[in-house]
Each structure stands twice: as structure tokens, then as C-alpha cells.
Design a protein around this ligand. Structure first.
Ligand code: PBG
Length: 333
């Protein structure tokens, strides 16, 4: 024996001592499942770049939501797949009181009232230019976009959304939506701000799912770099955090998650509201592809990824692995 009084391995010797020493836990309590809805009945269509994820018609969406609720998942984040024929430069389909999205919210609330619904107020699913904001003269019109989003937020609140999540990165939208919701009598509806949403290339499969990528046309910006954040920056995330907290955000979010764990940590240290992280479509697709090839163990790697996002500081994780993880954590699969 050598003289080694300090032996960190003493705390790793057995399963039970590792349980005592464990600093971070992953539970279903933290997970939110993003879901896609589309028109029709009895539709469940797999997204080719996201195996195991589907576009559901409202009836099937409700069944899926009930299954997630039964697994103990606290909530879902809903995104609509809108056919091209309904997309316009002013994204007006977003404001139809009987449109697909409010109908889906009402059906969900009726069938599974306790499951939290996080609704999305960005315009890209409805915008024929494929941007989160209205394009005017080749640029994104921040303030015109706010007006549409405020109307959308009130429509979603009316239809039963518990939490409204602007995923657009327009300046001032948290305060603007807060005021609109309060004026309309929805002071109890919370705001989850996409506080630091990066101009990331990891959103590709999501844009496949909704066919929502920026259109390659004259006078349409080719990417989202004038509103989503530069991947090189993290001080700027704290500036966005300060603004969102001042404007009344109830929860704040970093997106994507794995390439931005440092930002999650900085945000967690500076935030006095819960911090969410969005483990996005490209992060999901990478692991699914590797697992399908037999190169990685899906379950072990997914749980390790989610735990890492928790360790970085996320209180809430939006992840396409939510349903599988809930099953794995319950020991049901
Ligand atoms: C757009 C939006 C995007 C995602 C959620 N909302 C993509 C984008 O900004 O182009 C991406 C989610 C994912 O990749 O899983 N408002």
C-alpha cells in the first residue's frame, strides 16, 4: 500500500455510496415534450429526420398527451405544421380563432386539463417567408411582429395555454406580451422566454418537421442571424436575461442545450427564475442516427445528455427524448 490518505474513489465504491454522493438528479419532473400538430383526423406521420417523432392530428395528439400525462410528464410544448397554401407574408393564419392551433389547445385542455401546455407565438409556421418575424423590404420588422404576437398570445390564452413561449427573439416581446395578456384578463398565464436562442444549425430537423425554413427568394433574409444570437456570444445572453427579467419573464430558456452548456450555467447563476434548456431537434437526430447504426447506446447516451443539461443548471428540459426518458426512469422499458 502506498501512503495515499486522499482517495476520491472511496465515494465511488458501491452503488449506494454513489447514490449518497450524487450531486445532480434527473427525473421526469424536469421534462417537457415538444409535439407537432397538423390538420386531419387519425394522422400520425413520422418526421423522417426525427425517428420516433410525429406530426399528429388533433385526435391523435390528445391520445399522445394523455399517454405523456400518465407517464408523469408535467407538460408539452406544441408546434403546428401548416400547409404552404395557408402561409402568407403577414402570417395571418396564426390569428384565426378557429385555426388548427387554438382547436388543438382546446382539445388538449378538455381531455387532459392538468397537463401544462406551453404554446408558441413565433410566426414561422404561418409565414410564407419562413421567418419568425414579418419581412418588410428585405428586413425583419421587429415592432410589426410584436403586434401579431400579442394577438396570438391572447388567442392562445383564451384557448387554454398555461404558459406562452415566444421563440422568436424580437426585442421587447416579453414586456409587450405581458401587457397584452394582463389587459385581456390573463394575468395568470405565464411567460417562458426563449431568452438566449442562438442562430444555430441544429434546428434543421425541426424545420423539416414544419417545412418552416427561411425561403430562398429575393428580399427574404437567408438566415435568422439578425434576430437569433451569435453562437460566439455568452455575455450577450446575460444582457437578454436582464431584459427578460425586467420585462416579467416567469421562466427563461437557453436553446440549443448541449453546445451551450456554459451558457446554461451562466444563466443559472444569474437568474432568480427557473432556467429551461431546449435539447433541440438536431441534438435528438444526431443520437438517433448514431444509435440506428449501432454506434451509440441510445438509452445510456440520452440519459447522460439529459443529466448533463441538468448538471449545467437547467431546471426544465424541453426534449424529444421526454417520453422515452420517462419510461426509462420509471423502469418500464
Ligand atoms: C422557430 C423555432 C425553431 C425551433 C423552435 N421554434 C426553429 C428556428 O428558429 O428556426 C427549433 C426547435 C428544434 O430544433 O427542436 N420559432
Amino acid at each position: 500500500m502506498h501512503d495515499l490518505p486522499l482517495r476520491p474513489r472511496r465515494l465511488r465504491r458501491s452503488k449506494n455510496i454513489r447514490r449518497l454522493a450524487r450531486e445532480t438528479r434527473l427525473s421526469t419532473d424536469h421534462l417537457i415534450a415538444p409535439l407537432f400538430v397538423k390538420a386531419g383526423t387519425n394522422v400520425q406521420e413520422e418526421v423522417s429526420s426525427m425517428p420516433g417523432q410525429y406530426r399528429f392530428s388533433v385526435d391523435r395528439l390528445v391520445d399522445e398527451a394523455a399517454a405523456l400525462n400518465a407517464l408523469g410528464i408535467p407538460g408539452i410544448a406544441l408546434f403546428p405544421a401548416v400547409p404552404d397554401a395557408r402561409k402568407t407574408p403577414d402570417a395571418r393564419a396564426a390569428l384565426a380563432p378557429d385555426g388548427l392551433y387554438p382547436r388543438a389547445l382546446r382539445a388538449l385542455k378538455e381531455a387532459v386539463p392538468e397537463l401544462l401546455i406551453i404554446s408558441d407565438t413565433a410566426l414561422d409556421p404561418y409565414n410564407s417567408d419562413g421567418h419568425d418575424g414579418i419581412v418588410h423590404g428585405g428586413v425583419i420588422d421587429n415592432d410589426a411582429t410584436l403586434d401579431v404576437m400579442a394577438e396570438m398570445a391572447v388567442l392562445h390564452a383564451e384557448a387554454g395555454a398555461d404558459i406562452i413561449a415566444p421563440s422568436d427573439m424580437m426585442d421587447g416581446r416579453v414586456g409587450y406580451l405581458r401587457a397584452a395578456l394582463d389587459d385581456a384578463g390573463y394575468a395568470d398565464v405565464a411567460l417562458l422566454s426563449y431568452t438566449a436562442k442562438y442562430a444555430s444549425s441544429f434546428y434543421g430537423p425541426f424545420r423539416d418537421a414544419l417545412d418552416s425554413a427561411p425561403r430562398h427568394r429575393a428580399h427574404v433574409p437567408r438566415d435568422k442571424a439578425t434576430y437569433q444570437m451569435d453562437p460566439a456570444n455568452s455575455d450577450e445572453a446575460l444582457r437578454e436575461l436582464r431584459l427578460d427579467l425586467n420585462e416579467g419573464a416567469d421562466l427563461v430558456m437557453v436553446k440549443p442545450a448541449l453546445p451551450y452548456l456554459d451558457v446554461i450555467r451562466r444563466m443559472k447563476e444569474a437568474s432568480d427564475v427557473p432556467v429551461a434548456a431546449y435539447n433541440v431537434s438536431g441534438e435528438y437526430a444526431m443520437l438517433k442516427a448514431a444509435a440506428a447504426n449501432g454506434w451509440l447506446d441510445e438509452r445510456a447516451c440520452a440519459l447522460e445528455m439529459l443529466l448533463s443539461i441538468r448538471r449545467a443548471g437547467a431546471d426544465v428540459i424541453l426534449t424529444y427524448f421526454a417520453k422515452s426518458a420517462a419510461q426509462w426512469l420509471a423502469g418500464r422499458e
